[in-house]
Ligand binder design. Structure first.
Ligand SMILES: NC(=O)c1ccc[n+]([C@@H]2O[C@H](COP(=O)([O-])OP(=O)(O)OC[C@H]3O[C@@H](n4cnc5c(N)ncnc54)[C@H](O)[C@@H]3O)[C@@H](O)[C@H]2O)c1
Length: 300
């Protein structure tokens, strides 16, 4: 069973994709029961006639029992300047949710979507004591999708011709797009754009959410598809390479912090953390990014 805690815009969109693609039974848990029931009643009409799975909404955490995957997309706050500006109530919420998950489904794989995902991935893993490979923050893959989008717009090429557009570090203002690895139709991106253009693209990725906010509230479908891909990989025992936030123990020279790094996902969660070669400036920006996350963790 796939359980989704928080059935707002993001949680409901993830639920819709899982149901419409007949992945598994889906449970929506929301603080307000009516919201969970309402979204599940609506999404129930998207169950394909050939599907054997169902969707159900509740506010009762005891129903988490039997969950294989728990997505956390709950939020009690909004933010206008940065994703970390209201982190303390989110951390309190995550600690409560971690206790419930530990009680009702201690073997589940956790996909952390709520903001700020690096800080919350860290606190969930510490509070629950779950393996760090089973607590996965999903956000850097969305930033990587945005990176690919901007490179494709800049060069007027289809996104399918772009490879290895990865964003590492914080899902926040210090995130680091890794230009040195990107190829376009097999050729290095670095020879196609200059440093000023790289700075503009970096700015645009970091501020995508602010641009989005000028037109609609916040990301819904982009993050939902990124989370769905991970759930699909776990349920259908596939393998997926992407960037995701994991508590680090020495990888990239970091300890006691969670941040976006390249990982391989399989049916058990994170199966590998990949080390990729970074140039000097990327390495130093990643150091700054990990420091920013660590400072946020320490200031909770
Ligand atoms: N990781 C990413 O890249 C990414 C992208 C978009 C949004 N987000 C984050 O995802 C979260 C959800 O976004 P949204 O737009 O769906 O928000 P939303 O306000 O539409 O929905 C949040 C839902 O969580 C519920 N909730 C609050 N506390 C709860 C609890 N303890 N248990 C169960 N439900 C609870 C609320 O009632 C609400 O229905 C936010 O933190 C947002 O910032 C992350």
């Amino acid at each position: 069973m796939i359980s989704i805690i928080g059935s707002g815009r993001v949680g409901a969109s993830i639920g819709f994709l899982c149901v419409a693609n007949a992945l598994d039974d889906v449970l929506l848990i929301n603080r307000s029961r009516d919201k969970a029931i309402g979204e599940s009643l609506d999404i129930a009409n998207a169950i394909p006639a050939s599907s054997k799975f169902s969707i159900h909404g509740t506010d009762d955490y005891a129903e988490l029992s039997g969950s294989d995957i728990v997505v956390i997309a709950a939020s009690t706050v909004s933010y206008t300047k940065s994703r970390t500006e209201n982190k303390n109530p989110q951390v309190d919420m995550i600690k409560e949710i971690a206790k419930k998950i530990k009680q009702y489904c201690p073997s589940a794989i956790i996909l952390m979507v709520s903001n700020p995902p690096d800080v919350l991935t860290y606190f969930f893993q510490k509070e629950s004591g779950f393996s760090r490979f089973k607590v996965i923050g999903i956000a850097s893959s969305l930033d990587s999708s945005r990176f690919r989008y901007f490179v494709s717009e800049k060069l007027s090429v289809p996104q399918s011709s772009i490879n290895n557009a990865l964003v590492l570090g914080e899902h926040g203002d210090s995130m680091v797009p890794i230009f040195s690895n990107v190829t376009v139709e097999g050729k290095s991106l670095s020879s196609m754009i200059n440093d000023v253009e790289k700075k503009y693209i970096t700015f645009d990725i970091r501020n995508y959410w602010k641009t989005l906010r000028n037109y609609k509230s916040r990301s819904q479908f982009g993050i939902a598809k990124n989370v769905y891909d991970v759930i699909n990989t776990i349920i259908n025992t596939r393998e997926l390479f992407l960037t995701a936030s994991v508590v680090l123990e020495g990888e990239y020279g970091e300890n006691d912090v969670a941040m976006g790094v390249p990982v391989k996902i399989n049916q058990n969660g994170v199966s590998e953390i990949h080390t990729i070669v970074l140039d000097e400036s990327e390495s130093s920006m990643l150091k700054e990014s990990s420091k920013k996350i660590r400072d946020d963790i320490n200031s909770v």
